[in-house]
Structures are given as C-alpha cells and as structure tokens.
Design a protein around this ligand. Sequence first.
Ligand SMILES: *[C@@H]1O[C@H](CO)[C@@H](O)[C@H](O)[C@H]1NC(C)=O
Ligand SMILES: *[C@@H]1O[C@H](CO)[C@@H](O)[C@H](O)[C@H]1NC(C)=O
Ligand SMILES: *[C@@H]1O[C@H](CO)[C@@H](O)[C@H](O)[C@H]1NC(C)=O
Ligand SMILES: *[C@@H]1O[C@H](CO)[C@@H](O)[C@H](O)[C@H]1NC(C)=O
Ligand SMILES: *[C@@H]1O[C@H](CO)[C@@H](O)[C@H](O)[C@H]1NC(C)=O
Length: 216
Amino acid sequence: MAGPDNCCSCCFSFIVTMGLTALFIWLSLRVDQPKFYLDSIYVPALNKSLPSTTTANDTVLFTIKFTNPNKDKGIKYDAVRLNLSLFLSPNSTRLLSNSTAVAPFYQGHQKKAHKPSSASFLGNLTPPAVLDGKVYFRVDFATAVKYKILFWYTKRYGMWGGANVEINDKGVKVYRKPVRLGNEPPRIVNGVPELRGGYRALLPLFVAGWIIMRTR
Ligand SMILES: *[C@@H]1O[C@H](CO)[C@@H](O)[C@H](O)[C@H]1NC(C)=O
Ligand SMILES: *[C@@H]1O[C@H](CO)[C@@H](O)[C@H](O)[C@H]1NC(C)=O
Ligand SMILES: *[C@@H]1O[C@H](CO)[C@@H](O)[C@H](O)[C@H]1NC(C)=O
Ligand SMILES: *[C@@H]1O[C@H](CO)[C@@H](O)[C@H](O)[C@H]1NC(C)=O
Ligand SMILES: *[C@@H]1O[C@H](CO)[C@@H](O)[C@H](O)[C@H]1NC(C)=O
C-alpha cells in the first residue's frame, strides 16, 4: 500500500541519494597533478677530484622523483622523456642529450617513486665565460599521465616542466634538496637569489602591496 506520505519520503530519499551520488562522483573525479623533481644528478666529467683522463666521460647519472599527492587515485605514467642542456649564456642553451629517461610505470596513491637513470651527451662542458665560470644545466621533461579512479583510467594528460640547475666542481648540483621540475623559464638571472617555492608565497603580498599603493 503506497500512500501519499510513503511516496513523498520515497521521492525525498531519491533526491538525497542522487545528491550524494553527484557529490561522490565529483569528489572522486577531482585529481591533483603529480609533482616531478630532479632528486640528484652527477656529471663525472665535471668532478674535478677525478683524474683528468676521465673528463672524457660522457655519462650523466640522475634520479627523478615522482610524487602522487592523491589519497585514493593511482597514476599511470607514460615514458618520461628528458632533455639535458647546457647554458651558453644567461638566455641560451645547447642540447646535450635527448633521451627516454624512465619507462612507463604505475604509482599507487600517495606514493613517492625515485627512478635512477642515465644519459650520454655530446660536446664539451667547458662553461662559457659569461656565466662567471659557473655551470648551469637546463633539465626539461615531458610525459603524459592517466589517473586510476577505482577500476577505471581517465584520459591522458600531457605534463612537462623544467628547471635550471647549477652544477658544482664535484659534478653534483649545488642546491642540495630535490629541484622541482616546474615552470621555471630557461633563463639565468644574475645576482638574484633563486626564488623557487618562496615566490608563490610572496606573490599575494606583492599584489596586496600594489593594491594598497594604488588605492591610497
Ligand atoms: C668525485 O671523484 C672523487 C674521486 O674519485 C670521488 O671520491 C667522489 O665520490 C666523486 N664525487 C661524486 C659526487 O661522486
Ligand atoms: C663514467 O662515470 C660513471 C660514473 O662514475 C662510471 O660508471 C662509468 O664507468 C664512466 N665511464 C667511462 C667511460 O669512464
Ligand atoms: C639575451 O640576452 C642578451 C643580453 O642580455 C640580449 O642582448 C639578447 O637579445 C637576449 N636574447 C634573447 C633571445 O632573449
Ligand atoms: C629527440 O628524440 C626524439 C625521439 O627519440 C627524436 O625524434 C628527436 O629527433 C630528437 N631530437 C633531437 C633534437 O635530437
Ligand atoms: C627536447 O628537445 C627537442 C629539440 O629541441 C624538442 O623537440 C623536444 O620537445 C624536447 N623534449 C623535452 C622533453 O623537452
């Protein structure tokens, strides 16, 4: 016996169920992008402690770190291509190597992965005088990812980014922590400390300051 009351509560619970389903679908389709870092790099040809016969070594060893910030989504990475370039001037680079650094792999939710790899390069690494005897590499990657939501994969999303990395006379990077391969432009700005993560945190202050100045 379905009276009017019964029908109304049935209708109400239907609406609530639909609402919760929509919320659940929205929450489960939202994804956070993975982050890519140059965890370490070693260029034997730039290690001044090695005998000079080994400066002919054309190997670069490096490790790329991947982090998946999603609590309940896996990530399937396509092969990661990596370009290493040498800065010839503050705003120009020469390609040293162009390789597939990491084979496709799957990463579970909230996992970190460290993928060691290597590449060989052509040409000599003598730093040009314009850079004050310092050696800067440009590291660029490109790949695509699919997110795994429950049992399904999303479409592919292209990902790319890069960073400028100073290499010291031990052949390793000067900045000790992993370097985010983000949206740093391929340009060396002399005399200005590298802003990295601090930049975004400071930006709202600059904007706020600018608005205050304008409205006075
Ligand atoms: C540079 O070469 C020296 C001498 O062989 C070695 O002890 C050192 O570990 C090398 N540096 C790195 C970062 O591997
Ligand atoms: C270059 O250096 C790497 C790392 O030290 C070493 O494994 C490799 O054997 C060297 N290659 C040559 C040709 O010396
Ligand atoms: C590079 O910088 C030099 C001097 O700072 C400038 O003259 C030149 O136009 C710049 N080149 C490019 C491609 O931005
Ligand atoms: C980089 O590698 C890709 C794939 O192997 C190749 O198609 C491309 O021609 C290379 N580019 C350069 C500038 O070497
Ligand atoms: C590497 O350099 C080549 C030639 O400039 C370019 O076509 C390719 O897109 C670059 N790859 C990455 C991962 O930046």
